[in-house]
Design a protein around this ligand. Structure first.
Ligand SMILES: [Zn+2]
Length: 493
């Protein structure tokens, strides 16, 4: 899930806490009771989020609360279902249809809703639902899930929306992702460990790196290709750019191998702890519902397929593996053991079938800010693959990545962030620098030729471009079939 790729979403957090009311079980044995009561709202136009009730619906209980938060809407839906066709349902006095979502307002603070069910026998069941909307953006909770391993939740979007992980070794602790809360996260983590804390980011989406700037004195590991997604002032000299296969050693035998699974983002890293049979997955595989492969800066689907194959080769035979996902509320089944392996295999099968034209997902549309996005929703087994039907294959002349840095090795700010299928960019270069170092990497190893402003370079080789005022850096890649792609980077001073 990727809701957080716009940092402006850091605001607006509220939640629903349980408030218990006296139970009047008078109607328990009588006709006219609900068979189902659900509440929730659309998190995005394509993702419906159910808020869990404090207790499952029971025939003898008429008072419920929900433990939920939602930052996007001041409204939510109540869906009350009564299988008796003649019964009449009202919500706050308004007649509603059984099983059909009914939208109600949600104010800051305590909200009360009354749901009545009138049956033929002229009895009325009254249900009371209490919802408290509250700013929880400074709240963190955690659960210990292993020896020296915690899952931390923040409330950036919904209650427990972002899941991140603290893993301790003999010498150091590693925080895998930082969420997008607003509280004092380092202080919260101090209640869990006294070890020095390093940070590893799974990928460059705001709901995963949002609070990394709270760790200015920590080493921060991130896949280099995703680092340009971070605000420049988040980046410190202590950033360490990871390559596939790099190992982070926490001491005492606890090591995490970074594995690049391009797709959701090109630089997405998952972190494998072989000793403890853990894989921290971010959004690379989905959290058990759907992987977002339709956004403007996701890779083409064929590249994701290669990433999945690469991951399979790394976790092959690890039959006790547990996935620690980026949004654990989305897990439909616990992703461990056979289910973990199956999710990857199913995702690979889904990508293969879509690429082979054997599977076409259901059409859907959504928007992120001003971006209107078209997507297809395909499912195979445990895997949900939500993909962009116009971004299936990487062009023969595609760049895998285009790296532009100052001569001192500092990243420049890109807009938009790099994606193979996007060929026009703007970078901001401070007036103080007179040159930029351009390093293009071809997607396909059998490319024919790359030029940077007409000068031939090798894939992965650097070329220094003199910057005299504003200008354009043109990178032209000729593919194996002779077709070319031109990537134009406008330099803004
Ligand atoms: Zn994401």
């Amino acid at each position: 899930m990727v809701r957080g790729y716009r940092l402006s979403w850091l605001g607006f957090v509220f939640a629903v806490w349980p408030v218990f009311m006296p139970v009047a079980a008078l109607h328990a044995q009588q006709a006219g009771i609900l068979s189902s009561l659900e509440i929730g709202s659309h998190k995005t136009p394509i993702e419906y989020l159910r808020f869990p009730l404090d207790q499952p619906l029971s025939a003898s209980r008429f008072d419920y609360t929900a433990t939920v938060s939602d930052q996007y809407t001041a409204k939510f839906n109540i869906t009350a279902t009564d299988p008796a066709a003649n019964d009449k349902i009202t919500i706050n006095g308004v007649a509603v249809k059984s099983g059909v979502p009914y939208e109600v307002d949600l104010q800051e603070g305590v909200n009360k809703y009354e749901i009545t069910v009138d049956s033929d026998e002229a009895t009325t069941a009254r249900y009371h639902l209490t919802v408290n909307r509250k700013d929880l953006s400074k709240v963190y909770t955690s659960e210990k899930i292993g020896d020296g391993i915690w899952r931390v939740f923040d409330f950036g979007g919904t209650r427990g929306d972002e899941s991140f992980y603290l893993i301790t070794g003999a010498k150091r602790a590693l925080l895998l992702d930082t969420g997008m809360g607003k509280g004092d996260l380092p202080a919260y983590l101090r209640t869990l460990t006294n070890l020095p804390i390093d940070v590893a980011i799974t990928h460059g989406h705001g709901d995963h790196f949002g609070q990394v700037n709270e760790f200015k004195n920590s080493t921060v590991y991130i896949g280099e290709q995703d680092a340009t997604r971070l605000p420049l002032d988040f980046i410190t000299p202590k950033f360490h750019y990871l390559k596939d296969g790099d190992v982070i050693d926490l001491g005492g035998g606890r090591q995490l191998e970074a594995i690049n699974v391009p797709g959701h983002t090109i630089g997405s890293m998952v972190y494998l702890d072989r000793k403890d049979n853990l894989l921290i997955t971010g959004d690379a595989l989905s959290s058990g519902s759907m992987v977002y492969m339709f956004m403007p800066n996701t890779t083409a689907l064929d590249e994701y397929l290669q990433g999945l194959k690469h991951l399979q080769s790394k976790i092959n035979g690890m039959n006790d593996l547990t996935f620690l996902v980026g949004h654990s509320y989305q897990e439909k089944v616990p992703l461990k053991g056979a289910a973990a392996q199956e999710l990857v295999a199913d995702m690979r099968a889904a990508a293969e079938k879509v690429l082979a034209g054997q599977l076409v997902g259901k059409a859907a549309y959504t928007s992120f800010g001003t971006h209107k996005l078209e997507l297809r929703q395909a499912y195979v087994g445990l895997a949900g693959l939500w993909y962009n039907p116009h971004n299936l294959h990487t062009a023969p002349g595609a760049l895998n990545y285009l790296d532009i840095k100052t001569p001192e090795g500092q990243l420049l700010k890109w807009d938009p962030v790099f994606a193979s299928q996007t060929t026009t960019y703007t970078v901001e270069a401070p007036a103080s620098i007179s040159a930029a170092v351009v390093t293009p990497t071809a997607y396909w190893p059998n490319y024919k030729r790359i030029t940077v402003n007409g000068r031939e370079v090798k894939s992965g080789g650097s070329h220094t471009v003199q910057l005299s005022g504003a200008g354009t850096i043109d990178v032209v890649l000729t593919g194996n079939d002779g077709s070319t792609e031109t990537y134009s980077v406008h330099v803004k001073r």
